[in-house]
Write a protein that binds this ligand. Structure first.
Ligand SMILES: CC(C)(COP(=O)(O)OP(=O)(O)OC[C@H]1O[C@@H](n2cnc3c(N)ncnc32)[C@H](O)[C@@H]1OP(=O)(O)O)[C@@H](O)C(=O)NCCC(=O)NCCS
Length: 190
């Protein structure tokens, strides 16, 4: 399979959703550093190294290889000034009878409340369908993450159900609500 095309979609007010590259590491690291407290309740516990430019570059290099092989999607919401405002990932892409990927995302605190993530999630779903041929995308939120659940509802996801002790977030196994969006009814390629 040839590498999927790059993702690049205008969102609003000069913000763009585009594929990440290793050269985004310094801007991404700056944003994760300044949003450490904002993101901590919703993520795995991060090591100190995670917040360095070098660690972000290594992560983006690994992800670029997986993206090129069609196993994941790594995208950033970037402002007109070049600052990273948010991140979206589709992980665990599988083919066969499932054709599913798992979606995760975050916005920097000073970029929330403008509808950016709703548009970005919708755009990444269209890309997952058109570039990777996925049938569905699934997402999981903590039970009290109402902002994230609202994003998923606005972006056309429906609730699957409650999964006990689903992910190790903020230092403990936590229950999650699972959501799915069906992207295409086309049968898998034979
Ligand atoms: C989850 C998260 C991305 C949601 O951010 P958000 O700003 O609420 O989502 P959006 O960018 O879609 O913006 C929606 C808000 O903009 C408003 N808005 C303005 N214009 C809008 C438009 N054209 N379309 C949609 N919403 C719009 C909405 O009313 C909503 O505001 P409200 O929450 O006051 O009702 C953010 O809270 C976050 O990053 N949290 C920490 C990490 C996290 O939880 N990640 C997800 C883990 S499952």
């Amino acid at each position: 399979m040839s590498a999927p095309p790059a993702l690049c979609v205008p969102l609003r007010d000069g913000y763009v959703l585009r594929s990440a590259t290793p050269d985004d590491a310094p801007a991404l690291a700056a944003t994760v550093r300044s949003n450490r407290a904002h993101l901590a309740p919703w993520e795995p516990v991060r090591t100190a190294e995670y917040f360095t430019d070098d660690a972000q570059r290594a992560r983006l290099v690994d992800r670029a290889a997986a993206d090129a092989a069609g196993r994941s999607i790594t995208a950033l919401v970037v402002g007109a000034d070049g600052a990273v405002a948010g991140s979206l990932n589709v992980n665990d892409v599988v083919a066969g009878a499932y054709r599913n990927g798992h979606l995760g995302y975050w916005l920097a605190a000073d970029h929330t409340g403008r509808g950016l993530m709703t548009r970005a999630v919708d755009a990444v779903c269209a890309y997952a369908r058109d570039a990777l041929g996925l049938h569905q995308v699934q997402a999981a939120t903590l039970l009290h993450n109402e902002a994230s659940q609202a994003v998923l509802r606005r972006a056309g996801f429906s609730r699957i159900g409650l999964a006990r002790d689903y992910l190790f977030i903020a230092g403990r196994w936590q229950d999650h609500l699972l959501f799915q969006r069906i992207l295409s009814e086309a049968p898998p390629p034979s």
